[in-house]
Design a protein around this ligand. Structure first.
Ligand code: NAP
Ligand code: MG
Length: 495
């Protein structure tokens, strides 16, 4: 869908900004009336004052979710009814495709063209999980003949989801679509940096027929709304996407409260291993730049560590720098933009600080490194590439979550594997080679939840996403994610 800059500006003027929480089927201020400023990273201006939910608001939302669950208004309707309602929900999201894409861009600064693609994935994702509802089966165990032993999957009840800011609506869909498909009620906390799209679609959930109390959104800070959900005695399951640091806190909160079930999608520092026998090094350079600078590098599975074979290092770097120039930041509302701002001023400072750390550690700055478009008032950082990085450096070990690439050279396959696995994270690894045997061998030896061979994207809903090690546990997307929102129950019958 091609839009002009003028058309996007008009969409921005007409986009509906919801500022209140959505609890028990109604928009409402926080009980204490408190709000926080929603600043757009495009120009640093406050665009809304959003309800700042605390413990009391979370209590209301959880209690509404519990009552709806126990009454069976969602969990006990037929699978076909749940499916039809989720379809209607997806249709409403689709009907507001461009408005939602504009809100997403205003909220966190990603290019409008990317937001349009991501919102499409959101409504398609809701449909995917709606479609799965009546295609899941339980089991009957092989027992002695006088027994009937059935194993069925039941929803947990109340599922809380804590969402990050990098894909605000998509990360929410990854969680609420399978949780709702399974029959749970949900309470969602968007990141305080990016609540607009999730708050906007809450009313579509209601219009589509999702009963009051089944779909709740409580915007607020992590330390207040988020912590209250994670410590809540009546939340049965918590699903989190965000930093490993906060992920560890979520595990503690579970242990300190009711042992609620936990799944975590946390950080990454993903190796992107390029061998000289890759099918087309020019295309690999192009795809590497595209994946690295997508969403300003604020992606958990960005290929942030380029492991390049020594023999092709210089020629590959040259190509990569050329392709990376296409990602010089622009106003993200401009359809010609391929890299927008970063999410906040704070995040920009963090990224610029890592760039200073890289220089001080002795890495060679080959490209970028600076804040740009300062006159806009927004937060823009150039695509940045460091070469001669040693894997022990902080810029190779720590998640920067910005447009900063670390280039590390290797000589042998074994060395590449060792460097790739030398990380506290284990989310994703990329491998570029035309040698099938090598590709399969690496995929077995790399310690992460996802291996992409000759590819930068696994956008399909049918495949699981999640990590090893401190990248978390549990899986989003695919049937595996529905299983994550259910528990098995055995019924043993003596006939
Ligand atoms: P974050 O700071 O960990 O925050 C994630 C969410 O947790 C936000 O909603 C945040 O609320 C909330 N939170 C913060 N402190 C909390 C606490 N004490 N108790 C409960 N909730 C709390 O992460 P982020 O800065 O939003 O996102 C970037 C991180 O997410 C990166 O590390 C990235 O790798 C990771 N990520 C991972 C995946 C994946 O699938 N593996 C996907 C996307 C992002 P507030 O920020 O509103 O205070
Ligand atoms: Mg945060």
């Amino acid at each position: 869908m091609s839009l002009s800059f003028e058309e996007v500006k008009k969409l921005k003027e007409n986009a509906e900004i919801k500022t209140q929480a959505f609890i028990n089927g109604k928009y409402a201020d926080s009980l204490d009336g408190d709000t926080f400023d929603k600043v757009s990273p495009i120009d640093g201006k406050v665009i809304a004052k959003i309800a700042s939910c605390k413990q009391a608001d979370v209590d209301l939302a959880v209690s509404a979710a519990r009552q709806a669950y126990e009454k069976g208004v969602w969990s006990d309707i037929t699978p076909e009814q749940r499916k039809n309602i989720l379809y209607a929900f997806a249709n409403l999201v689709e009907a507001h495709h461009m408005e939602l894409a504009t809100l997403e861009t205003m909220d966190m600064g990603k290019p409008i063209s990317n937001s349009i693609g991501e919102i499409r994935r959101c409504f398609n994702g809701i449909r995917w999980f709606a479609e799965a509802i009546d295609k899941l089966y339980g089991a009957v165990a092989t027992t002695r003949p006088s027994i009937n032993a059935q194993i069925v999957r039941e929803p947990y009840g109340v599922v809380a989801a804590i969402i990050p800011w990098n894909y605000p609506l998509m990360m929410a869909v990854w969680k609420f679509a399978p949780a709702l498909a399974a029959g749970n009620s949900v309470v969602l906390k968007p990141a305080e940096q990016s609540p607009l799209t999730l708050l906007r679609i809450a009313e579509f959930a209601k219009q589509a027929g999702i009963p009051d109390g089944v779909f709740n959104v409580v915007p607020g800070y992590g330390e207040t709304a988020g912590q209250a959900l994670a410590l809540h005695m009546d939340v049965d399951k918590i699903t989190f996407t965000g930093s490993s640091e906060v992920g560890k806190l979520i595990m503690q909160y579970s242990g300190l409260s009711n042992m609620k079930r936990v799944s975590l999608e946390c950080g990454g520092k993903c190796p992107n291993i390029v061998f000289p026998d890759a099918y087309d090094l020019d295309d690999v350079a192009k795809q590497t730049a595209g994946a690295m600078f997508y969403n300003s590098g604020q992606v958990c599975d960005s290929p942030t560590r380029l492991l390049i074979h020594k023999s092709i290092k210089e020629s590959f770097l040259k190509k990569l720098i050329e392709y990376s120039k296409e990602y010089m930041p622009k106003n993200p509302l401009d359809p010609a933009c391929s890299m927008g701002s970063v999410v906040t001023g704070e995040q920009m400072e963090r990224i610029l600080n890592y760039i200073e750390i890289g220089k001080a550690e002795g890495a060679k700055l080959k490209m970028g490194g600076k804040q740009v478009l300062c006159e806009s008032g927004g937060y823009y950082v150039e695509p940045t590439i460091f070469s001669d990085v040693n894997n022990n450096m902080r810029i190779a070990q720590e998640e920067i979550f910005g447009p900063v690439l670390s280039v590390i050279e290797f000589e042998t396959e074994e060395e590449a594997i060792e460097i790739a696995n030398d990380s506290i994270y284990g989310l994703c690894a990329f491998v570029w080679t035309s040698d099938l045997k090598k590709a399969v061998s690496l995929s077995k030896k790399l310690k992460c939840g996802k291996i992409l061979i000759n590819s930068t994207g696994d956008g399909d809903w049918s495949v699981p996403h999640g990590g090893f090690k401190q990248s978390g546990f549990g899986r989003d997307k695919s049937i595996e994610s529905i299983e994550q929102y259910t528990q098995t129950k055995l019924t043993w019958i003596e006939l």
